[in-house]
Design a protein around this ligand. Sequence first.
Ligand SMILES: NC(=O)CC[C@H](N)C(=O)O
Length: 249
Amino acid sequence: MRNMYRVFIGTLLAAMSNSGKLRIGILGIQGAFQEHKVALLKAHEAAKCDDLSNWTLDIVDVRSRGDVTDDLDGLILPGGESTTMSLFLKREGLDTVLREWMAKRRRVTWGTCAGMILLAENIEHQKEGGQSQLGGLHVTVSRNYFGRQVDSFEADVTVSSNTLTGSCEDDETCRGVFIRAPAVISVDDPRVKVIGSLTFTDRQQSVRSVIVAVQEENILATAFHPELTDDTRWHRHFLEMVKQNKTSI
Ligand SMILES: NC(=O)CC[C@H](N)C(=O)O
């Protein structure tokens, strides 16, 4: 009885705290932050008849500590150059503020490419002297896994079943744009779910499979760039994560 009462109060409080607004910050230092904004708006617009459309979307650029406000529900760390981005974060004192923000109420963060590197707890092929990261994602990421800029490519990524909204029992594919992309070379915590993998032919002409998308509770990371395609399913997935997190608080 007591437990039922607790659940009832919890649900009531969740409903009351449901403001109907999702505030998303995008780290706007370099890379495709504008494209992420457009893709979020498109994903939200496409959700016309679904529950997500009851929520208004508020997108803000994050460039200084003051932009990391308490009402920020989700954060996107776009691609770019992780070494430059981590130097900027450190210089502006944004690294500490963002780590604190991520830890509070387990807010939702998505890193694409360099963003994935910033979130990784362990980095292979770091810049000489090391590079500071935000961390939180218990994986080891290898920078520039597929080679240099000229080795950038597009390929189909296998996405685990039931990951993207509307998907069902079977695995499905999405188009992945890989630009000097990293890959996850080890999963270092059982909470990390592998949700995307890529089969490719390496320099020795061996066909291999590597992890390119993972989710650890409220952290999502993709080695590729969904914001550079017309496919908004990943942005929809991220918005669903943010919404779910907000309603479960
Ligand atoms: N497209 C990208 O984000 C490239 C990432 C880059 N290789 C880095 O180490 O940061």
